[in-house]
Design a binder for this molecule. Structure first.
Ligand code: GLA
Length: 367
């Protein structure tokens, strides 16, 4: 953490919620958003921590109105955004919206360049709690200056609004975005493919120093339930939790399987993501097939350790505890956070079997 990073209490732990983009693209409407908000409540996801319902690109009409304000596409959102925000708030949820810092959104719709103060004011009037600001159509613009303007515009709108910076990690936002926004993308868009998950993961390995309460690295939204295998879904989710990543579900919550719901709401994995110390994991070993990631927790005697198997076969993995914050002679208590069961006491090392494209998550605690 550095001097000047945000610490305004709006995102003390990584924001959790749902975003329309990964599953629905620009094909979104009022009904989808309300049904999704209801599903967040009915499936227990809200109570597991998923609070933000965020509509991504595709919500706005092709032109601003006569006074220069953004308006919702009347065919997709006939009730308007303020009413939608109310409905979502009444369900005990928060409402998020999308715009772009340039001349057009990535889908070619009106964006906010030159309208930052007006748009932030309008969002505040609508009851918006979270705004994602994208980076398409920004030729020649400085990301730092544009997002600084957005931070000022939100401040001037006098409503607490989480700012999600989305310039894809191009201008090393981890070095400057923490003073402006609550989260910033560190990479290009995720896809529901294992190679995308591991490529993004590799880009996070050196970024742990930059994130903390109210300012988080964002390795992009979740693809859990969008076509990865069950093991891959678990590994993706576990690693995002280790990274203290914002957990934005990106699947269709109205018809997810029990297995997918169980992954997204796994209480002991979510608890790692939401650990109050906000310490992003470091990678301590990587030999091509096996990665070991470790993060400190608010309970200073404990660490979360994730063993990722990128290989094609199940593997037995031995992790020496010496050097991971433990002495060779320490007796530790080990718990498996996917199984939600105690493994027992160990000294010196832990040994675990990890499925191909899977990840075991252990909590290791010194006596
Ligand atoms: C960019 C962003 C995505 C999504 C789309 C919308 O690609 O990175 O997350 O918001 O734009 O068009």
């Amino acid at each position: 953490m550095g001097i000047g990073k945000l610490s305004d209490g709006l995102a003390p732990t990584p924001p959790m919620g749902w975003n329309s983009w990964n599953r629905f693209g620009a094909k979104i409407d009022e009904r989808l958003v309300i049904e999704t908000a209801e599903a967040l409540v009915e499936t227990g996801m809200r109570d597991a921590g998923y609070r933000y319902v965020v509509i991504d690109d595709g919500w706005m009409a092709p032109e601003r109105d006569r006074s220069g304000d953004l308006v919702a596409d009347p065919a997709k959102f006939p009730g308007g955004i303020a009413t939608l925000a109310n409905t979502i708030h009444a369900l005990g949820l928060r409402f998020g919206i999308y715009t772009d810092a340039g001349t057009k959104t990535c889908q070619g719709l009106p964006a906010s360049l030159g309208y930052e103060f007006r748009d932030a004011r309008r969002f505040a009037q609508w009851g918006v709690d979270y705004v994602k600001v994208d980076w398409c159509h920004t030729d020649g613009l400085s990301p730092r200056a544009c997002y600084a303007k957005w931070a000022m515009a939100i401040h001037a709108a006098r409503r607490p609004i989480v700012l999600s910076i989305c310039e894809w990690g191009r201008a090393r936002p981890w070095e400057w975005a923490g003073t402006l926004g609550h989260l910033w993308r560190t990479c290009w868009d995720i896809q529901p493919e294992w190679s995308s998950v591991t490529t993004i993961l590799d880009r996070q390995a050196d970024l742990h120093a930059y994130s903390g309460p109210d300012h988080w690295n964002d390795p992009d939204m979740l693809e859990v339930g969008n076509g990865l295998s069950p093991s891959e879904d678990r590994a993706h989710f576990a690693l995002w939790a280790m990274l203290a990543a914002p957990l934005m579900a990106g699947n269709d919550l109205r018809q997810m399987s029990d297995d997918v719901r169980a992954i997204l709401t796994a209480p002991e994995i979510v608890a790692i993501d939401q650990d109050a110390r906000g310490m992003q994991a470091r990678r301590v070993r990587s030999d091509g097939e096996i990665d070991i990631w470790v993060r400190g927790l608010v309970d200073a005697r404990a660490f979360a350790i994730t063993l990722l198997n990128r290989g094609p076969q199940e593997r037995e993995v031995r992790v020496g505890l010496n050097g991971l914050g433990f002495a060779a002679t320490d007796v530790v208590r080990v718990r498996d956070l996917w199984q939600r069961s105690d493994v027992g006491e160990r000294r010196g090392e832990v040994v675990t079997t990890v499925a191909s494209h899977g990840a075991a998550v252990l909590r290791v605690e010194r006596y």
